[in-house]
Write a protein that binds this ligand. Structure first.
Ligand code: PAF
Length: 285
């Protein structure tokens, strides 16, 4: 496995691979890798000749400086895991390598970006689009791998690929969970024992809410509005937890649904503060 810091070096390595007709898969990450990332890498390794994993804590997607400063950074442990997982190249650029000049590009994702994360993290998806489009431009992968936990990010990246007419497949990979159901996240490392215990309720309540979906709704609590209210009440009743938003949306448009029959692909998306750690999760109804 090669560890590369400079764009020129990465492009020389990839040029050779391309000349040899090798397929290239990219797994963009911000490091602090866990089993969820490693599942993306395993999939990329299985489907491509060359797997590039980028590790870059992208400052332009953080609207909260504290969150950026507190974001866990574990490059050595990451490289050990990636070597074991079979990655070909780890690309770890410095900030001025990725942004020699400030990136002033403004993307527009319409209604996909005004809801949920977009409401609470202004500028976040523009920053994600800046870095991911830059990585796509540098690596020119045939496939790129993203987790479904960041469900809205996935929709935004798919839209960006369409807007920029990029010739690559976006591969969505299922959420990987701890044994007790907590969705794996680099931010879990910041939870203290009480917060970690509280966090298990997020997936537990989301899972239970799947049972409320009845077609057609028989009682008020089984309506979409009733389900949303129940989830928020249950989670806010747990000391440590505070729901920032929970919405049930159409999985393609990301717009709120009002009746279960409004879509064939209802998805619940949530952001919850556990102490000062912000966690997100997704449930497919
Ligand atoms: O999902 C992430 O870890 C980041 O948003 C990504 C896609 C690596 C861009 O910085």
């Amino acid at each position: 496995m090669k560890i590369i810091e400079k764009i020129d070096d990465l492009q020389s390595a990839l040029k050779r691979a391309r000349q040899n007709h090798k397929s290239i898969g990219l797994v963009p990450t911000m490091g602090a890798l866990h089993a969820g990332h490693i599942a993306l890498v395993h999939r990329a390794v299985a489907e491509n000749d060359v797997t590039v994993v980028s590790i870059f804590v992208n400052p332009t997607q953080f609207n909260d400086k504290n969150d950026l400063n507190n974001y866990p950074r574990t490059p050595e442990a990451d490289c050990t895991l990636l070597e074991k997982a079979g990655a070909t190249i780890v690309f770890i650029p410095a900030a001025d390598e990725m942004y020699p000049e400030p990136d002033t590009r403004q993307f527009a994702f319409g209604e996909l970006e005004t809801v949920m994360e977009g409401q609470f993290r202004p500028g976040h998806f523009n920053g994600v689009a800046q870095i991911v489009s830059r990585l796509f431009d540098i690596v020119k992968p045939g496939r790129a791998y993203f987790g479904e936990k960041d469900f809205q990010q996935l929709a935004i990246i798919r839209d960006m690929v369409k807007q920029l007419n990029l010739n690559l497949d976006i591969v969505a990979c299922p959420i990987v969970r701890e044994a007790d159901g907590l969705a794996m996240s680099s931010r879990n490392a910041r939870l203290n024992p009480a917060q970690r215990q509280a966090a298990v309720n997020i997936s537990k309540i989301l899972n239970l809410s799947r049972g409320l979906r009845v077609k057609p709704a028989m009682t008020a609590s089984e309506t979409v509005a009733g389900t949303k209210k129940w989830v928020v009440e249950q989670l806010n009743a747990v000391p440590e937890l505070r729901v920032e938003y929970f919405d049930i949306v159409d999985g393609q448009t990301l717009q709120s649904i009002h009746e279960w029959s409004d879509t064939t692909f209802p998805v619940g998306c949530i952001a919850v503060f556990d102490g000062d750690v912000r966690l997100i999760d997704v449930v497919f109804y």
